[in-house]
Design a binder for this molecule. Structure first.
Ligand SMILES: NC(=O)c1ccc[n+]([C@@H]2O[C@H](COP(=O)([O-])OP(=O)(O)OC[C@H]3O[C@@H](n4cnc5c(N)ncnc54)[C@H](OP(=O)(O)O)[C@@H]3O)[C@@H](O)[C@H]2O)c1
Length: 347
């Protein structure tokens, strides 16, 4: 492993999306590692869709390192109803930030991608090289196209201006869960939705829980704090060292545990944690989606073996972290997300 000597604990690091699931975990872990100049700003004060205001912010703060964890994020339902927002908002947010990071000569940028950039029908775990080799999943196609566009913009910058040195890097995580997850009825992801379902069933003394699909599809889950650590580990690596492995062919890196579980296993884990003793029904009127979605993390293992420490990324810890999040749930958390759940026309 070879560290980036250009990065120091005094660098001015902006974390866009610092209140979100992964953004908040990154802030926590950067503090933990003693980074001293962290810059965050609320959406109310700076809407990232507004280029001119964002430019003023860059001029004023002069950041060195940029982390883009701000995005329009949502589940299948929201992606289906609001394709315009998912494509438009994400491309504008990332184009604004990436272009200004170039203009203001930022030395490092981390862009958060998503596993939906990979082909829908794929037999093996997704490798970085598998991008663009097949058709995208229809349910979140517009979101995926925005993410591919951001990923390619980072790659193009490295190719055109940095002799392929990956100064701007896209990180691709699997499904995440953790504190500050989104529990809204329209925007939540699978694990948050399951936790909420069990929490409410237990509270309301329900006798039955209905789960969408067969429960058989396999998914990979990563705790947001583990993801944040992997992201910072990659941020701290020397670009020449990364280039040795990517050979300038791409500028994105998968993170994860490399392990996937059937949804019904995750359901059993949450059932046990919650103490729910009613019936569980799998409603096969709802689609399963792709059968298996897991990322190949061989590149991460080579680049940063400590990131995938088997004492941390294992089933026991997955269960412990799910339990920690379940125990932190309360009604206000759910209400907050319903209030913030708005989709606007362009500003
Ligand atoms: N969650 C996952 O399972 C997962 C998995 C793989 C990849 N990722 C990627 O990680 C990134 C972050 O995801 P997340 O789950 O952390 O999302 P999140 O919890 O919804 O957080 C997104 C953040 O972006 C902010 N934001 C959105 N639009 C904005 C705007 N116009 N101006 C300023 N701020 C804005 C939100 O602010 P408000 O809350 O104020 O709206 C929120 O703080 C995304 O790129 C996503 O693709 C997530």
């Amino acid at each position: 492993m070879s560290l980036n000597l250009n990065i120091s604990k005094k660098d001015k690091i902006v974390i866009f999306g610092h209140k979100g699931l992964i953004g908040s975990a990154i802030v926590e872990e950067l503090k933990h590692r003693d980074y001293k100049n962290l810059i965050t700003i609320d959406k109310k004060k700076l809407n990232l869709l507004n280029y001119e205001n964002l430019k003023k912010f860059f001029k004023l703060k002069k950041p060195n390192i940029i982390i883009i964890a701000a995005a329009r994020v949502g589940g299948i339902h929201a992606n289906n109803i609001y394709p315009f927002n998912f494509l438009y908002e994400n491309t504008v947010i990332q184009n604004n930030i990436i272009s200004l990071s170039v203009k203001f000569n930022c030395k490092k940028l981390i862009f958060l991608g998503s596993s939906c950039v990979y082909p829908k029908l794929w037999k093996r775990p997704f490798r970085e090289e598998d991008l663009s080799l097949g058709k995208l999943e229809k349910t979140n196609e517009y979101y995926a196209i925005a993410k591919i566009s951001g990923l390619k913009l980072c790659e193009a910058y490295n190719n055109q201006y940095n002799k392929k040195l990956p100064k701007f890097i896209t990180i691709i995580p699997p499904n995440l869960f953790g504190s500050n997850d989104n529990y809204s009825s329209q925007n939540s992801h699978v694990l948050a939705a399951l936790l909420k379902k069990f929490y409410l069933a237990k509270k309301r003394n329900l006798k039955k829980i209905s789960i969408w699909g067969t429960g058989r599809p396999r998914r990979e889950f990563l705790y947001s704090i583990d993801a944040a650590n992997m992201i910072i580990d990659i941020m701290e690596l020397s670009e020449k060292y990364i280039l040795k492995y990517t050979k300038g062919k791409f500028s994105h890196i998968n993170i994860g545990s490399g392990k996937d579980y059937p949804i019904n296993t995750i359901v059993s884990i949450i059932k046990k944690i919650s103490g729910f003793d009613g019936k569980i029904e799998y409603d096969q009127n709802y689609p399963d989606g792709v059968k298996r979605k897991v990322l190949n993390i061989n590149l991460l293992k080579k680049l940063s073996p400590k990131s995938v420490d088997k004492n941390i990324i294992n089933r026991k810890n997955l269960v412990a972290n799910i339990e920690k999040i379940y125990k932190s749930l309360n009604d206000e958390k759910f209400e907050k997300f319903e209030k913030n759940n708005t989709f606007n026309l362009p500003v």
